[in-house]
Ligand binder design. Sequence first.
Ligand SMILES: C[S@@+](CC[C@H](N)C(=O)[O-])C[C@H]1O[C@@H](n2cnc3c(N)ncnc32)[C@H](O)[C@@H]1O
Length: 241
Amino acid sequence: MSLLTIFSNSCRVFMKEGGSGVARSLLCRAMVRFNEYRYGIHTEGIVTARELGLEDSEYHRYSPTDYLQLSKVLADLTIRAGCDSFLDFGAGRGRVMIVAASHPFKRVLGVEISPDLAATTRQNISRAIPRLCCKDLEIFCADAAQFKVPPDATVIFFFNPFHGTILTRVLDNLRASLRERPRPLTVICNLPPLEFADQSQFEHQIQACSWLKLLKERSFGPESRWLIFCSKDPTLRDRPG
Ligand SMILES: C[S@@+](CC[C@H](N)C(=O)[O-])C[C@H]1O[C@@H](n2cnc3c(N)ncnc32)[C@H](O)[C@@H]1O
């Protein structure tokens, strides 16, 4: 990003959020530079659903999760070292997978529908792996709706990847996986800014999911909210629906 772009972005943020907003956005840029250098990866940029060849309005674009927010949310999580496995639905270029793998997860998995983004994730993983705590990372190039949830996945991550029938099927698959292999499940949702009205359908759907209980809501400024859920009943046996 050029100095001119940084300056014009800072002016826009200043008009909207004042000085503290500018400080937050500059810190966010510094974190991007630091982490991309540290891991030797490239995960920046926005790729529209059309550019990804995803014409269906239920599929959402690629834009990466903020490093600082992600680090704070993961630092708050109780991870059972070598026992919990992390799964990012809509893994994009793998930023979240790589930051997750700097924590002591048993495995870190991602599902990404775009072959190009999945290929970039593979390259990013191979560059970052020497610096990661968890060395078992795998990216699957598939439609999340068709993906069988591995029985050891215990921490699920979404950054607004899709909504509608795809999200319904993914949530059904998760519930089926819990029935098959009862276990505690944490679901972390990085929500899109509220201005994306169609994308906030993701939030409505996840909030309406009857077998998830909201544990915590976090906000990192006017444009970013996170929800952390757990499964209401890890046994989930013999229940209809
Ligand atoms: C907002 S990005 C999030 C990327 C990454 N998880 C992060 O937080 O940095 C959403 C991603 O979901 C992917 N996606 C959209 N529909 C999908 C589907 N049906 N199955 C798998 N991935 C999908 C998009 O290609 C995009 O990379």
